[in-house]
Design a protein around this ligand. Structure first.
Ligand code: GLN
Length: 460
């Protein structure tokens, strides 16, 4: 279901936002087995759709009138619970809308519900949710990717037009690739994080899942922009020249694709050929320091998480468990957080602790500078960098049982968060089991629109 097509049908009176909304609700109900939603606002969505129809009829349609959007359950929507898929926040009702939600609603979009995710956005498979996993729409024994797996499946299965997710190290792009939809992680600071529950604040960005580039462009235009409520929101966004007709694109040499499944390598090669056929000039570029991507990410992300999640202590926020010995905080955190979240808090606390902080956290900050600089150097010459989104297609539920093999599946995505640059996952072909494959375009800071233009040239 593509919004740009539906919208012209709504405006032309051949179909209505109310019909579309009813269809979405019935798909959500029919595919409840996929575990996609943690909350569905049936009544609110129908009422908003009826208002959209009135506005279309009166010629008063707003820019995203009738757009049906699903929102990851770590983004605040008033009137709907917010759990981050954790027992810790069970029953929590937020008091304000995230800025992105406010902007979407003002533009006429309909928030249909909150999507399931890995607990506190930590994971790559959607198996760490305290409310059960999300399943892949075309093979229920496989994972949809994570942590925004619910949002990816919602779009892939036609439960909404577009969905919002958050991406700290790949949580939009990886599930988008696994599910065969577009996924954008914007430049750090282009989209407000106000109302997003923080995981690793220097890496987190809210972004978009869609079935077409046009849908993504329209939604991005509405949600991007300075927000006084977010002190990291970008204030002086340069307007870059259009993507040239013959862009220069850096590609990873095949030897840097070690560990990739053969079908990913084949798809990558043909993606580069397709780019070249539209006039792009492709050159192999060895990106230095790629061996630092994963360790740097996991030290920074866990360190920041250990600090951000300290607020969930059973006193100020979250689940409260009264302990016999009076240690409410330990009892509440033990009961409220799942194993992956506890593991990350412990690792992060260690990485920041006296005596080890220098060896781990400070080192990771230095590595972050090197990674940024290596990208800066590439983008002095090239307009974009093309690479696969994931080393494999969707894996089986339970297949990656040790945390390290799960973490390694983020190899191609974490560096964009470390550098703060925009990155877009584009659906490109399928493997021999029919599972979708995703390719990724990264660009210099603030080149979000240019990347979408480039992706649009290859659409279809
Ligand atoms: N999979 C990565 C992790 O587990 C990324 C998560 C994310 O982007 N929120 O940390």
């Amino acid at each position: 279901m593509t919004y740009s097509i539906d919208r012209s049908a709504f405006a032309g009176g051949t179909s209505s936002a109310s019909e579309r909304c009813a269809e979405s609700l019935s798909v959500i109900q029919r595919r409840a087995d996929l575990g996609v939603f943690l909350h569905v606002d049936d009544e609110g969505a129908r009422a908003a759709a009826a208002e959209s129809d009135e506005r279309f009829a009166a010629g008063l349609a707003r820019p995203l009138e009738g757009l049906i959007v699903a929102v990851k359950d770590n983004i605040s929507v008033t009137g709907q619970p917010l759990t981050c898929a954790s027992r810790m926040l069970e029953g929590f009702q937020p008091l304000y809308n995230a800025t992105v939600v406010e902007r979407l609603s003002d533009a006429g979009a309909i928030v249909i519900g909150k999507t399931n995710m890995d607990e506190f956005a930590m994971g790559s498979s959607n198996e760490t949710s305290a409310y059960g996993p999300v399943r892949h729409a075309s093979d229920a024994e496989r994972v949809p990717g994570g942590s925004s797996g619910g949002s990816a499946v919602a779009v892939a299965a036609g439960m909404c037009h577009v969905a919002l997710g958050s991406d700290t190290g790949g949580s939009i792009r990886q599930p988008a690739a696994f599910c065969g939809v577009y996924g954008l992680k914007p430049t750090y600071g282009r989209v407000s994080r106000h109302g997003l529950v923080a995981f690793a604040s220097s890496l987190d960005q809210i972004g978009i899942f869609s079935r077409s580039v046009a849908d993504m462009q329209q939604v991005f235009e509405v949600i991007a922009g300075t927000d006084p409520m977010d002190s990291t929101s970008a204030r002086d966004v340069p307007s870059l020249p259009e993507m040239p007709a013959q862009p220069r694109i850096a590609a990873l040499p095949l030897k840097q694709l070690d560990g990739c499944a053969p079908e990913i390598i084949t798809a990558y090669t043909s993606y580069l050929e397709k780019l070249a056929s539209t006039g792009a000039v492709i050159e192999d570029v060895e990106l230095p320091h790629s061996q630092l991507w994963i360790p740097t990410y996991f030290i920074l992300a866990t360190a920041e998480a250990s600090s951000n999640l300290a607020r969930f202590d059973g006193v100020r926020y979250g689940l409260r468990v009264d302990a016999e010995d009076g240690d409410i905080t330990t009892a509440s955190r033990t009961a409220g957080f799942g194993a992956e979240v506890q593991r990350r808090i412990m690792l992060g606390t260690f990485a920041l602790s006296k005596g080890y902080g220098e060896a781990y956290y400070t080192k990771a900050q230095q590595a972050r500078m090197l990674i940024r600089q290596s990208y800066d150097r590439v983008f002095e010459t090239y307009d974009a960098f093309a690479l696969p989104t994931t080393p494999t297609t969707a894996f089986r539920l339970g297949e990656k049982s040790d945390p390290v093999s799960m973490w390694l599946s983020d190899y191609f995505t974490v560096s964009a968060n470390i550098a703060g640059i925009p990155a877009l996952s584009v659906p490109f072909g399928r493997d021999d089991k029919g599972l979708p494959i995703g390719m990724q375009l990264q660009g210099p800071m603030f080149s979000d629109e240019r990347l979408m233009t480039l992706a649009a040239r290859l659409e279809g």
